[in-house]
Write a protein that binds this ligand. Sequence first.
Ligand code: CO
Length: 184
Amino acid sequence: MTFKIVQVGHPVLRQQARALSIAEIQSPSIRDLIGLMRDTMREAPGVGLAAPQIGLPLQLAMIEDREDLLQGIDPAVLAERERRPVPFQVIINPTITLDGPEVEFFEGCLSVAGFSAIVPRARRVRVECLDHNADPVVIEASGWHARILQHEIDHLQGTLYIDRMQARSLTTMENLGRYRLGSR
Ligand code: CO
């Protein structure tokens, strides 16, 4: 079973999500939820998923950038984006600190299906959060991993990439490929 991913226009995507308690994180229902969200992210496929995207205003998100997703992509594009595999990680109740200069690349969102736009993002971030066991963790990330973290943590605050995009760069995925906009 997987969840249906809600699309832009649904109010839950614009809500501030609430923090989870330690007891909730360790409960069977949240453990089950994490497994189902992971399956939903993999099926999509996506490199990140936040609870509001399945209709739940909770401060819970996950990231995974698998080797097999990267294999079909031009190595020069991966290098430019500093995109490297990221093992599955659960992010709960995060606080994020942005660092480094902003970099601009096309990105998309499973909740804005079919579109992409250039979004300036910090090149480096530091995230303090709880993991799936409710243990505190610090994630220091750069490049594409830092971009995904910013995108997913935005979801927990009711923010979508369209709020940060260069509006005139908005394109369908089809036209992004057709006009090679992504490899400028
Ligand atoms: Co998204």
